[in-house]
Design a protein around this ligand. Structure first.
Ligand code: AMP
Length: 214
């Protein structure tokens, strides 16, 4: 099984790029943020515990995250491989992932990088569908009809944590908690640095040139 981890700060486009790659590579995208938001929306026990942290832009404690993830990676559609967005986010979670994989499973890291201006712009112009979670960008990926999802017609909203004060905290948490993962993984697994500037198509082209899948 191949596990492709999309690593990079909030707003870099992990979800957008991950969704496109998921279709091209016929492998499910496991988005930890989406999984948690779904739990919050359905007021599950995981959701109720996670919500307070998410609102503030803090990481949800590892045991809660793991409860949400448990089982997902073992499902049938993940047999040949998965793309991961937003997990692992710290070294402890990297250990958790290694513990649920087998020795011959392969981990590949796509380390996405972009300037702070690009990230802040992407986060503040991001809108998501309240119904199906599809992601838009008011300038780069606008919906066909203002305020409505192209896919399901649901209402487009701004995520609570895409407000300026929470954005700043999330970027800070990334630098402190998640960036050390790059050092942890370097030399241990295959890791490639990819510029995430430009359009989703630009980023996909850079990734496909690497011939990682198939
Ligand atoms: P994202 O959609 O990836 O930006 O995640 C939104 C929020 O969900 C984060 O700010 C965290 O509060 C929470 N979250 C997502 N993934 C994780 C994770 N692996 N560990 C802890 N918290 C997470």
């Amino acid at each position: 099984m191949k596990v492709v981890i999309l690593l990079g700060p909030p707003g870099i486009g992990k979800g957008t790029v991950g969704n496109i790659l998921s279709k091209k590579w016929n492998a499910p995208l496991i988005s930890m943020g989406d999984l948690l938001r779904e739990n919050v929306k359905n007021a599950t026990s995981v959701g109720l515990k996670a919500e307070v942290f998410m609102k503030k832009g803090e990481l949800v404690p590892d045991d809660i995250v793991f409860e949400a993830l448990a089982g997902r990676i073992k499902q049938k559609d993940a047999e040949n491989g998965v793309l991961m967005d937003g997990f692992p986010r710290n070294i402890n979670q990297a250990h958790m992932l290694e513990n649920i994989l087998n020795d011959n499973d392969e981990i590949v890291l796509l380390n996405l990088v972009a300037s702070n201006e690009t990230l802040t712009e992407r986060l503040s112009l991001r809108r998501i569908c309240i119904r199906c979670g599809a992601v838009y960008h008011l300038k780069n990926i606008p919906p066909k009809k203002d305020g409505l999802c192209d896919i399901c017609g649901g209402e487009l909203i701004q995520r609570n944590d895409d407000k300026p004060e929470v954005i700043a905290r999330r970027l800070e948490v990334f630098r402190k908690e998640t960036e050390p993962l790059i050092k942890y993984y370097a030399g241990k697994h295959k890791m490639v640095k990819i510029s995430a500037e430009g359009t989703p198509e630009d980023i996909i082209r850079r990734i496909e040139e690497l011939g990682l899948w198939g």
